[in-house]
Ligand binder design. Structure first.
Ligand SMILES: [Zn+2]
Length: 162
C-alpha cells in the first residue's frame, strides 16, 4: 500500500510541526482507499490534548514528548469524513528535536486499524524529514511508501509499452 498525499499536505504537516514547537503538533489524515492505496484528501488539524488529559501513565510526560488526540476530535473528523464519503486513514504528529521515528508510545497508541502514522521531525523549530509508518504483522513499525502528488488524481495507469 502506498500513501498518496498532496504537496500541500506535506507543507501543512511541516508548518504545523514548526508552529507547535517545542511541543508536538498533531492531526488526522482523511481520505479514501483507491486501487489498494491510500489517497489523502485533506488534513484535520487538532489540538494536542496531552497536557489537559489525565496522563494514563502518570509518568510526568508532557506534550513535547507525546501526542494525544481527543476522542471527540476523532469523532468530529470521522463525521466530517463520512459526510464526504471518506474515512480516517491515519494521523500525523511532530517530533520536536527527535528523529521521525515512532516511539514505543507511538507504537502502542498511534496505529489502530491499519492507520498510517506520519511523523515530521522538527529540529530547533525547523521541520525536516517527513516519514510515514505502518505496523507489520509483528506489530513493528515499518516505513510506508509515500508518494507526493501536486493534486488529487486517479492513480496513473501504466502507459502502453511501445
Ligand atoms: Zn511520536
Amino acid at each position: 500500500m502506498v500513501l498518496h498525499l498532496l504537496a500541500e499536505h506535506i507543507r501543512t504537516i511541516r508548518q504545523h510541526g514548526e508552529q507547535a514547537f517545542p511541543y508536538e503538533g498533531c492531526g488526522i489524515l482523511i481520505g479514501e482507499i483507491q486501487a489498494g492505496d491510500k489517497l489523502i484528501h485533506e488534513l484535520w488539524s487538532v489540538t494536542n490534548t496531552w497536557d489537559q488529559a489525565e496522563n494514563p501513565l502518570a509518568d510526568g510526560e508532557s506534550s513535547n514528548r507525546r501526542f494525544l488526540i481527543d476522542p471527540a476530535d476523532f469523532k468530529r473528523a470521522n463525521d466530517h469524513a463520512v459526510r464526504k464519503g471518506l474515512g480516517i486513514l491515519g494521523t500525523y504528529h511532530s517530533h520536536p528535536n527527535h528523529p521521525a521515528v515512532p516511539s514505543e508510545f507511538d507504537r502502542q497508541h498511534a496505529f489502530p486499524w491499519g492507520f498510517s502514522c506520519v511523523i515530521v521531525s522538527v529540529q530547533n523549530g525547523k521541520a525536516e524529514e517527513v516519514v510515514s509508518w505502518i505496523l507489520d504483522e509483528q506489530d513493528q513499525p515499518q516505513r510506508e511508501p509515500m508518494q507526493v502528488l501536486e493534486q488529487v488524481q486517479l492513480p496513473s495507469i501504466p502507459a502502453f509499452a511501445g
